[in-house]
Write a protein that binds this ligand. Structure first.
Ligand SMILES: [Zn+2]
Length: 314
C-alpha cells in the first residue's frame, strides 16, 4: 500500500511512516526456550508470513564485512589506500577512489565476494524451509541476492535497495539497470595494483557518462521496471492479507535504516489486530511494550534461533 503511493502520486512515502517513542521499547524477559516455542506457534498459526531482512541477517549468515574476512581479501587495498580509511567493506565502499579504474577495481571484488561467489548460506536455506509452504513475501534491504539463491520465489521478493550484481547510470539518466557479472569477472581477472584497465570502465549507453553500482546511496538510484513490479506485488500482498493472520519476521534490522522495514512493520502490527511481530536482532531486539504478547523480540545469535525454530516446525 505504502509503496503504491510512491508510484502513483510521487508523494514522499517516508511521511507516512513513524517510529515508536524510545521509551515504549522493552527487552522481553521471557526465557529463550519459551520465546522459541511462542515463535513457532506464531508461524504455525499464521495464514501468511512477511519476512523483513536487514544487514544483520547476512552478517549472521556469514557475510561479515569486517574482521578477518575483510583483511584477508582486501590486504592489497588496505595497503594502497591506508588502513585508517579501509576498516571494513562498508567504509571501503565510501572511499573517494581517485579514478574510475580504482573505483571499479574495488567494487568488482566487493561484488564477487558478497554477491556472486557465495553459495546459498544455511541461515537463508533454513529460513526458506520454515516458510516455503506458507503464503509468504520477502522485503529486504540486502543487496547480496541470498534470498534468490536459497530458493525463495523471485516473484515474492522485493529488494528495495538494489543489487550488487547490477550497475546503472551514475546520474540515473534512464530507468534501467544492467547485469554486471561478466564485466566484474573480466575486471577481476585483469586487476593489477587494485586498478582495472581503462577499456573495462563501463560508460552509460544513453548519456555516455559514468556508471555506478545499483545501490541506493544517493538520489540517483534507479527504480527500474522490475523494482516497480516488485513494489506493486508487495502492495498487493499487503492488500490481500489485511484481515488475515500474518506474522512479520524481522531479521537483523537495526536503527541505521529503520524506515524501510522496522518502523513500517511496527505500524502494520499497530494497525492490524491479527498481525504479530517476531523480531530477531543481535543487540536491538527491543519491541513496543504495547504489543504485549503479539510481539516476540529475540536477542543474540540469530542463526541459532532460526535453526531452533526450524527444528520445532519440522
Ligand atoms: Zn546516463
Amino acid at each position: 500500500m505504502v509503496f503504491k503511493k510512491i508510484r502513483k502520486s510521487h508523494v514522499d512515502w517516508r511521511d507516512f511512516l513513524c517510529g515508536t517513542p524510545a521509551s515504549d521499547y522493552i527487552f522481553q524477559k521471557d526465557a529463550y526456550e519459551e520465546q522459541i516455542e511462542n515463535a513457532v506457534n506464531f508461524i504455525k498459526d499464521a495464514d501468511a508470513v512477511i519476512i523483513g531482512a536487514g544487514a544483520g541477517a547476512s552478517t549472521a549468515a556469514g557475510l561479515e564485512y569486517g574482521g578477518k574476512r575483510f583483511t584477508d581479501h582486501f590486504a592489497e587495498f588496505i595497503e594502497k589506500y591506508g588502513g585508517h580509511y579501509m576498516t571494513d567493506m562498508y567504509a571501503a565502499g565510501f572511499y573517494p577512489f581517485p579514478s574510475e579504474e580504482a573505483r571499479w577495481g574495488y567494487w568488482s571484488k566487493h561484488a564477487l565476494l558478497n554477491r556472486f561467489d557465495p553459495p546459498a548460506l544455511p541461515l537463508y536455506q533454513e529460513l526458506y524451509s520454515i516458510v516455503k509452504d506458507k503464503d509468504y513475501f520477502v522485503l529486504t534491504t540486502n543487496v547480496d541476492h541470498q534470498f534468490y539463491k536459497a530458493g525463495f520465489s523471485a516473484e515474492k521478493i522485493f529488494a528495495t535497495q538494489g543489487d550488487y550484481g547490477e550497475i546503472q547510470c551514475q546520474r540515473g539518466c534512464h530507468p534501467k539497470t544492467y547485469d554486471a557479472e561478466e564485466l566484474f569477472r573480466k575486471m577481476d581477472a585483469r586487476r593489477r595494483d587494485c586498478l582495472i584497465p581503462s577499456e573495462l570502465v563501463p560508460k552509460c549507453p544513453v548519456c555516455g557518462g559514468n556508471m555506478t553500482m545499483h545501490l541506493r546511496c544517493d538520489n540517483y538510484f534507479v527504480e527500474d521496471e522490475q523494482w516497480h513490479e516488485a513494489a506493486d506485488r508487495y502492495a498487493d500482498f499487503l492488500d490481500r492479507n489485511q484481515s488475515k493472520k500474518v506474522v512479520l519476521i524481522e531479521l537483523g534490522v537495526g536503527f541505521n535504516t529503520p524506515i524501510i522495514i522496522r518502523f513500517p512493520f511496527e505500524k502494520l502490527v499497530r494497525e492490524h489486530a491479527t498481525y504479530r511481530l517476531l523480531r530477531l536482532n543481535m543487540d536491538e531486539a527491543v519491541v513496543p511494550e504495547g504489543f504485549g504478547n503479539r510481539a516476540i523480540g529475540i536477542s543474540g545469535d540469530m542463526a541459532g534461533a532460526i535453526t531452533d525454530i526450524g527444528r520445532l516446525i519440522g
